[in-house]
Design a protein around this ligand. Sequence first.
Ligand code: LLP
Length: 401
Amino acid sequence: MFIPTKKQAEEIVKKYGTPVFVTDAETINNQAKKLLDAFKDLNAKVFYAIKANYNPHIVNIIKKSGIYGIDAVSPNEVQFALGLGYLPEQIIFTPNSLSDEEIKTVGNLGILQNLGSISELRRYCKFFPGSKVSLRICPETGAGEFHQVVTGALHSKFGLDKNDLEEARAICKKYKVKIVGIHSHIGSGFYQAREFKESVIEVCRIAKKFNDLEFFDFGGGFGVYYRPEEKPINLKEFVLAVKEPLDEFNKKNKKNIEIRIEPGKFLVSESTVLLARVTTIKEKNKKVFVGLDTGFNHLIRPAMYGAYHHIVNLSRNKGEVKLVQVVGNICETCDVFNKGIKMINPKEGDILAILVAGGYGASMSSNYNMRALACEVLIKDKKIILTKRIQTYKEIISLYL
Ligand code: LLP
């Protein structure tokens, strides 16, 4: 995982202030290479789940690294990907709860849709008879780092119920829409392949009943670790989980089905830190609170899911190690980055790095408490490039009429 040096951090902070997301291009390239190498013997295409981080400079690194396309979940994400030069066939649309307008907008752009409800499928078929579609099924198995991000389980809102598959087929037949893909996404941030393999087996089982299939899409979710001492996940396990059921399916059905995966976290999370300055230290109830000039408006994962993000004090490499609680500047009790972390004696003015903040950090940011979105910089070929400037007060209020 990327951790900037003290020198890099000081240079960035001097130029752009805090808080600031700092992304290392090399880490993204390494993650992309690991994934492409692991899946190279399968007939596989990788679609980056752009919701994880849509900074266009970051997406361009991913594009150049050989990752084939984009998984988009909203018409704006689709439009953005097209603007970055992706072709319609390089974009897959995996939405939910779509309006008619949204179905039409994306369909008119010639983007394939992964639909997970009878309602959306019926409306799509009416608007685009004679076209192609992919079905998002519910694999009835799920996994993920928090219960809120498990998508494949029966109780989640995602995917078609298996009892609805016959109706889905009948609707498509009526409108001469070809079902060319089966999609499944079990959740975000899993570390072992057991549930993933179960979902692959379920997709292969369901696929037997469909004749026009061109691809299986197994979604994203490949886990990343949040502590520096942890080892990366073993991608080979996931490749094997696909290979065995797929080989059997291909052999039996005399096919060479294309495989698609849609990682978000795996490509971007480890590449980025959020640098923040310690503004306020106080002791209360025998605890040391270290207050930062950022909060859950910039990185909501700890407050929303209880996610662990390691934090290091880049301003000090020696001194007494203290147990502290690192908190943000948002007016909510849950605005805590870490309830108890050991850190070299933080002082007001120090620069802390919150690690593994590249996935679902900036992309889930908000203007809560009327605070500005943080700026973003990229370290590439030893150069430091500002990729997103800080929001102004005027911009924050600009939408009000
Ligand atoms: N494909 C689909 C259909 C998805 O819904 C998602 C993520 C992905 C791919 C990419 O999953 P990834 O590889 O990034 O795990 N905000 C949460 C994660 C939510 C994920 C939503 N869907 C977090 O910060 O942990």
